[in-house]
Design a protein around this ligand. Structure first.
Ligand code: HEM
Length: 402
């Protein structure tokens, strides 16, 4: 056993014992006797068909960062940058140091399920003379009447999503990626988010958001036969440029939750807004979290038990011509703003093979007013083309940039 593994195993043992029984110290069980199942040991492969950070479970900590190429930087500099970034991501995801003079911020920790994902924004292609390679799916999203978008925190030439189950591991990766940008690109915006820590619940379950709802119940599942078709660009026949094969499109929305208003509602009113029970995520028509929603069911007075404007009714693929997406968000909380209200909500990230058949029709419908709209505000937006994964020895985006 390496020293790091011993340390992280001891840490995990301490956590588990502490949570379960209280007064048992680290010394009570020798670390050597414990199986190596610590949070730090989680490892995701960098190289592969798809980029990491799309189908993996939610991580406890996340950073979303957009970069703009610096004046004078074009295709050559972008290619060198993606090569540097890919090498760094590969090393860090394997739990190695970023450079020989590494900052040591992640020292002692394992990879902690770190993922680093790279994407290109609409503006990237003109900056690099690659307009002909720009996918039509990157055309700007339509304006939505409820948008309150801050342009400075929207869009960007390049986008990086970093996720890890340890905050120091995620920060370490963020700094390494920012340093790699060097003279080629500078940060346009950065957002920091979080999800529940693995092991915090007695058994794995759907995560809750800052409104307290189970969020993600009806996400497409990799085992479903139409999952790949919905989430990933096929190798041919889609109208996408060939460099996007096995890639996906990420829609990123910073959605503020108007928590002071939301928390005034009774539990019953909150459940009517979503159409699902708050405690266990079951549809208001009954059953458990995974029981199919009965859209027609009425109560004794003849009213629909899942209201017509309930968020979970309106967003269903069968109510939107089949539109589906994989939602993989982080919550965020950036303190209290100048008006004294929490700057908190959802860094909504959704993945789909085609944003015009995923996010756009659903958001159009929500924009006309679902019950949740009163309690949220879209404050920033981005749409990014996330190419397929890099093969061993290659870098992300190589088929586009080489
Ligand atoms: C479902 C919350 C924004 C699309 C749900 C559910 C909750 C929820 C609690 C039910 C459980 C589940 O299936 O995950 C929220 C919150 C939002 C938000 C708090 C904003 C802060 C959005 C946006 C979109 C969206 C902007 C897309 C434009 C969906 C979809 C489903 C869903 C597609 C699943 C529908 C189904 O397949 O049955 N959301 N949502 N949500 N939401 Fe949202």
């Amino acid at each position: 056993l390496s020293r790091r593994k011993l340390l992280s195993t001891a840490g995990a043992t301490g956590l588990v014992l502490g949570a379960a029984g209280g007064a048992v110290g680290y010394a009570a069980r020798p670390a050597e006797a414990t199986p190596l199942t610590s949070v730090g040991d989680g490892q995701v492969m960098f190289h592969g068909k798809h980029q990491p950070g799309i189908t993996q479970g939610l991580q406890a900590r996340g950073h979303l960062v957009a970069f703009d190429l610096r004046a004078g930087a074009g295709r050559k500099e972008a290619a060198a940058l993606l090569r540097r970034w890919s090498q760094t991501a590969g090393r860090l995801m394997a739990g190695e140091a970023a450079t020989p003079d590494d900052t040591d911020v992640a020292r002692d920790a394992g990879p902690s399920s770190l993922t680093v994902t790279f994407g290109f924004g609409h503006s990237f292609f003109a900056r690099t003379g690659l307009e002909k390679q720009r996918p039509a799916s990157l055309d700007p999203l339509p304006d939505f009447s409820s948008d309150h978008l801050d342009k400075r925190r929207s869009d960007g030439d390049l986008w990086v999503q970093i996720g890890a189950d340890d905050a120091l591991v995620a920060f370490h990766a963020l700094r390494a990626i920012q340093k790699d940008a060097g003279s080629a690109a500078r940060v346009r915006w950065q957002m920091n988010g979080f999800n529940r820590t693995p092991g915090a619940t007695a058994h794995p379950m759907t995560a809750r958001n800052l409104m307290g709802q189970l969020d993600g119940t009806r996400n497409p599942k990799p085992a479903e036969s139409d999952f790949d078709r919905r989430i990933f660009v096929p190798s041919s026949g889609s109208g996408d440029p060939s460099w996007m094969a096995d890639g996906s499109y990420a829609v990123v929305r910073r959605i503020r939750m108007l928590l002071d208003d939301w928390e005034q509602l009774s539990i019953k009113a909150q459940e009517d807004v979503i159409g699902r029970r708050k405690s266990d995520g079951a549809a208001l028509s009954g059953g458990t979290e995974t029981t199919a929603m009965d859209l027609e069911k009425t109560d004794a007075q003849g009213n629909l038990v899942v209201p017509l404007n309930a968020h979970a009714r309106i967003t269903r693929p069968d109510q939107n011509g089949g539109a589906a997406m994989l939602r993989r968000p982080f919550s965020y909380h950036d303190g209290i703003d100048g008006d004294g209200v929490p700057d908190a909500g959802l860094l909504f990230v959704c993945w789909q093979a085609d944003p015009l058949r995923g996010f756009v029709p659903v958001q159009r419908k929500l924009d006309r007013g679902d019950a949740l709209s009163r309690f949220i505000r879209h404050e920033a937006s981005g749409l990014f083309a996330v190419p397929g994964g890099a093969a061993e020895g290659e870098y992300v985006g190589q088929p586009l940039l080489e």
